[in-house]
Design a protein around this ligand. Structure first.
Ligand code: PXG
Length: 288
């Protein structure tokens, strides 16, 4: 496998980060998880825009322009003959002294991995996921903005472990106020009386690229959609529930904490959104 690493394309065995890299020492860095479908990088520009915002928010000067980042992403796919898969773009603060001070890091470290993706088995798209609410809260927006896709994922990792211990593949994380924020790597949506509702970024949700696509799909299909605070009650009493993410795409949820949601099977609005999403990914995107 070929990896882009600080301006060079190297074999993955040579793509090694220093033990003094602040991305490793402190989680001081940012990333994007991007999909490529049939040779089209899905919404690359949107991913790079979010990436630039994440960089700006943590005062990290990106070493590459947007065009250069796009080229690194596409060229890494080309060098691996990858037409369908998953791309991980990472920029860390770089190699520095021991100690938090980011100004000890002379140059950011940049790498791009283009690889295969492990998807949820088809049965979950057919029958829906059973998820749980976990005790670990989403980090508060006033502590670390959830809109920053940073290398600090410990909250979500603890939530993922708690989900596994409860026998679930995904988990709802609440924010400090007890409202639904999102799942460990997916945004959450409910459908109630024909309307799609999802938590706002201010409630702790990442502004997902797939989430943004659902807003576009809802507009196109004439389905009302809005952001609102959601409690677990809203999920229990929803007609439908689904999650979105770069990895999961659009996946139905039929149970929360053992309670059946709606009819207990994937609902018609979720099916329409998923159908539209699957069509979009084949035509939208940057050709590598
Ligand atoms: N919330 C969080 C916390 C995420 O990390 C999403 C929502 C969905 O956003 P997108 O832009 O993907 O629609 C994410 C995305 C992985 C992996 O390796 C994680 C994500 C995306 C792709 C792969 O587990 N997180």
């Amino acid at each position: 496998m070929v990896v882009y690493f600080d301006g060079k394309y190297v074999d993955s065995s040579e793509a090694k980060v220093s033990v003094f890299d602040h991305g490793l020492l402190y989680g001081d860095g940012i990333f994007e998880g991007i999909r490529i479908y049939g040779g089209n990088v899905y919404r690359l520009d949107d991913h790079l825009e979010r990436f630039e915002m994440s960089a700006r928010a943590i005062m990290l000067t990106l070493p590459l322009t947007r065009a250069q980042l796009a080229e690194a992403v596409c060229e890494t796919c080309r060098r691996n003959n990858l037409n369908d898969g998953y791309i991980r773009l990472v920029v860390t603060r770089g190699v520095g002294d021991l100690g938090l001070a980011p100004w000890s890091c002379a140059n950011p470290t940049t790498f791009v991995i283009a690889s295969k993706i492990t998807l949820y088995p088809q049965e979950y798209y057919d029958n829906g996921l059973a998820i749980v609410t976990v005790p670990t809260r989403r980090i508060a927006p006033d502590a670390l903005p959830p809109t920053v896709k940073s290398l600090n994922y410990l909250n979500n990792i603890l939530a993922k472990i708690e989900a596994k211990q409860a026998g679930a593949l995904e988990a709802i994380m609440l924010n400090a106020q007890g409202y639904v924020a999102e799942c460990t790597a997916d945004n959450v949506f409910v459908v109630q009386k024909g309307e799609i509702i999802t938590p706002a970024a201010s409630a702790g949700a990442l502004k997902g690229i797939t989430r943004a696509t659902v807003f576009d799909i809802a507009k196109e299909l004439g389905i009302p959609m809005r952001e609102a605070d959601l409690t677990r009650y809203d999920v229990w009493c929803a007609d439908e529930c689904f999650l979105t993410g770069t990895g999961a795409e659009v996946i139905p949820v039929v149970k929360l904490d053992g309670r059946v949601i709606g009819a207990g099977k994937p609902g018609p609005v979720t099916a329409r959104v998923l159908g539209s999403f699957r069509k979009r990914v084949l035509v939208e995107g940057t050709r590598i």
